[in-house]
Design a protein around this ligand. Structure first.
Ligand code: ADP
Ligand code: MG
Length: 241
């Protein structure tokens, strides 16, 4: 499981995460919601060590990842996959090469094995026919599905999604949410920063509401959406629902 324990993060004098504690159990889907600038991305990036926390601890399967050396940081990134708003695919590689690159380089998978697995994963996200396409020839929804498949190619234990559908045209949102939903059903442990309240309601086991670098509410979605406790959450929900 992932355990964040009294985490703080500042950029210069700007404290953007302030005393964050949370737990994500195996198999759980946690939706992280809140206004822009509340620290959601920074929180995910700390969990993946893309940002170095200023204070506090993050445990992944009981390993304190805030004290790791570089080699172990790479191990954590294998374990904790990340999907970004803007895909971050390798533009000069085909879809399938995007999927095989890290398994070959980092996990020392054989080319054959990486290739076989990549084909399987592209099929799983409905993109068997796009294996040889470059990202520039794919729609936003297709790019994001390749990005999800690429994350899965590393056999992660946890997947972090940072607004995976926010950069998509509306008609492409569903195809990406459908893939995420099927991952959730298969038991993947996921933390999802999202403005898709329908997804949070339907799929999340727990909603975390953040504002100004703090967690204001943690609740099951039916509770959170029907009875938000704080005025901030009420205001936020009035704007987005
Ligand atoms: P959210 O994802 O909820 O919109 P972010 O985590 O991106 O919020 O940002 C929280 C705050 O941290 C914002 O005020 C943002 O300007 C600041 N911030 C984020 N990343 C950096 C950075 N690399 N350097 C300086 N400030 C940053
Ligand atoms: Mg963000």
């Amino acid at each position: 499981m992932i355990k964040v324990d009294h985490l703080y993060k500042s950029f210069g004098n700007n404290e953007v995460l302030s005393d964050i504690s949370l737990e994500i159990n195996k198999g759980d889907v946690v939706a992280i919601i809140g206004p822009s600038g509340s620290g959601k991305s920074t929180l995910l990036r700390c969990i993946n060590l893309l940002e170095v926390p200023s204070k506090g601890k993050i445990y992944i399967d009981n390993d304190d990842i805030t004290t790791l050396n570089q080699r172990n940081v790479i191990k954590i990134r294998e374990k904790v996959g990340m999907v970004f708003q803007h895909f971050h695919l390798f533009p000069h590689k085909t879809a399938i090469d995007n999927l095989t690159y890290a398994p070959i380089k980092v996990k020392q998978n054989s080319k054959d094995e990486a290739h076989r697995k990549a084909i399987e994963l592209l099929k799983r996200v409905g993109l068997s026919d796009k294996a040889d396409s470059y990202p520039s020839r794919l729609s936003g929804g297709q790019k994001q599905r390749v990005a999800i498949a690429r994350a899965l190619a590393m056999d992660p234990q946890y997947l972090l999604f940072d607004e995976p559908t926010s950069a998509l045209d509306p008609e492409m949102v569903k195809e990406v949410l459908d893939v995420m939903m099927s991952l959730a059903k298969q038991g993947m442990t996921m933390a999802v920063v999202t403005h898709e309240m329908g997804f949070a309601k339907m799929v999340a086991d727990k909603v975390i509401f953040m504002d100004h670098g703090q967690i204001l509410e943690v609740a099951p979605p039916n509770e959170f959406f029907s009875h938000p406790e704080t005025d901030r959450a009420k205001e936020f929900l009035e704007k987005v629902l």
